[in-house]
Design a protein. Structure first.
Lengths: 316, 159
């Protein structure tokens, strides 16, 4: 069953996230795929996240398909103009990639090549509409496609940035342009999230598009403090910061917080699933899914060893 | 929905001269008042009369996810998010419904040409002064993008 079918069937879906390596080592992806196989429904592959050069998301998507994990390929507008985007998408479709998450992309200033030219020929809404047009059988130029792709289009939403009404206008534009699922920023403030969700329900957007709420398990208080300070558009309830600081075993506390947030999200009307983002901590995925009670009954024991060198400033 | 402008040709030489002349006049007003970035495809009337092209990502359809607390830009934290300003100005002028429009993908041929001339020769849509009465989205969809069928069909929409 593909992600599209699971969402259509109303199953509570679980997505995870995988960052490709900063090298051409496909072994890393195959190893991380072991943490996800049979445990989650689909895995996001980031497209040079925070503008740091990494293995291509489409290539990593293909590797995941070979490993038996359904990929959600992220496509950003930072690095490609409309020609490259359409060409890459045709290539992705030809390689059997079905799920696509359309993003604007982080500004190049945050990455390892801050002096680069940012393209931003399209923005995420125009990208969604362009993919929708390709699905319908033509390129942006109007050129007819002999074989049209059939992408399942997703988009991102940030419930935590101000002003909230502008966020909803933008979300509505994304949904109306063709986004069939929405992944949100990691939730660390349930009150604000439920306020946002109420407005989403008011507009009926949760019926047209599946809302997958972001959950980010943290390993240390330092990681959470870093996110509160450095990651734009994040809102973190000080209660969680306090809990992480005072915890005897921060890793255990991080898992407990993630499980607790998942439980609260499941109880909310309009949440169709979660999007787990274990940034450079993929090995924790099966445990969190298990403890949250979301493990599929037929799941095999995941072949998942903690990856060596899981080092990242965001989740040290 | 038509995402790209129909007009793909660049200007001929006399038109380029005329465009340069008109751009001079346009700059006198639009640069100091709106900090116009001369994209040549003006959507000021949709964005509460704040130029969206001042955004570091040049977003035409709304803010990225990085707007900080108090509406700061993620790329230049000392500046305000342009889309935060657009939202504030649009709500002040009662033009929030205009933000529901899906803006076309920018035609780079029009960069550094006179938007006024482009409206006159029907390369781009004329400014929309009137705020739609119904729901923002429905109205944007009903009006449809100009230049989709005949260029002439856009003329009536200004009134």
């Amino acid at each position: 069953m593909s992600l599209r079918e699971k969402i259509a069937a109303g199953k509570f879906v679980v997505c995870a996230e995988l960052g490709p390596p900063q090298s051409c080592d496909d072994g890393v992806i195959r190893k991380k795929a072991g943490c996800f196989r049979g445990v989650v429904d689909a895995v996001n592959i980031t497209d040079n996240q925070t503008a740091i050069v990494r293995l291509s998301s489409i290539a990593a998507g293909r590797i995941l398909l070979e490993e038996g994990v359904e990929p959600i390929v992220q496509m950003t507008c930072r690095d490609r103009n409309r020609i490259a985007i359409q060409s890459d998408l045709l290539g992705a479709a030809a390689m059997g990639i079905e799920n696509l998450l359309c993003l604007t992309g982080d500004h190049q200033k945050f990455g390892d090549h801050p002096e680069a030219r940012g393209v931003f020929d399209l923005d995420s809404i125009q990208l969604i509409a362009a993919v929708q047009q390709m699905n319908a059988g033509s390129l942006l130029s109007g050129q007819f496609l002999k074989k049209a792709p059939a992408f399942f289009i997703g988009a991102a939403a940030n419930p935590f940035a101000e002003p909230l009404e502008m966020r909803l206008i933008r979300l509505e534009k994304k949904v109306r342009s063709g986004a069939a699922f929405i992944q949100t920023q990691p939730v660390f403030d349930l009150d604000q999230f439920s306020r946002w969700l109420e407005l989403v329900r008011g507009r009926g957007l949760h019926e047209k598009s599946a809302i997958l709420a972001g959950v980010l398990p943290v390993r240390s208080a330092k990681a959470l403090e870093y996110m509160a300070r450095e990651v734009p558009g994040m809102r973190i309830n000080p209660r969680y910061l306090e809990r992480m600081r005072t915890a005897a075993e921060p890793q255990e506390e991080g898992v407990a917080i993630a499980v607790e947030i998942i439980g609260a999200l499941r109880a909310m009307a309009g949440v169709a699933g979660i999007h787990l983002m274990p940034v450079m901590w993929e090995s924790i995925t099966p445990r969190i899914i298990q403890e949250a009670g979301l493990m599929p009954p037929e799941a095999p024991a995941p072949a998942c060893a903690p990856c060596a060198g899981e080092e990242n400033p965001i989740n040290p | 929905m038509n995402l790209v402008t129909k007009e793909k040709r660049t200007f001929s030489r006399p038109m380029r001269l005329l465009s340069a002349l008109m751009l001079l006049g346009e700059d006198v007003i639009k640069v100091p008042v709106f900090r116009c970035q001369r994209c040549g495809e003006c959507i000021l009337s949709h964005t509460g009369f704040v130029c969206s092209q001042r955004c570091p990502k040049r977003l035409r359809n709304g803010p990225c996810g990085g707007t900080g607390e108090g509406g700061t830009c993620e790329v230049y934290p000392e500046r305000m998010c342009i889309w935060y300003l657009i939202y504030r100005r649009a709500s002040l002028f009662g033009r929030l419904k205009m933000l529901y429009r899906v803006e076309k993908i920018h035609n780079w041929n029009l960069e550094k040409t006179s938007a006024w001339l482009n409206v006159f020769v029907k390369r781009i849509e004329p400014p929309k002064w009137r705020v739609p009465k119904g729901e923002g989205w429905e109205e944007a969809e009903k009006e449809g993008p100009c230049g989709d069928s005949n260029e002439g069909s856009c003329a009536g929409e200004v009134k």
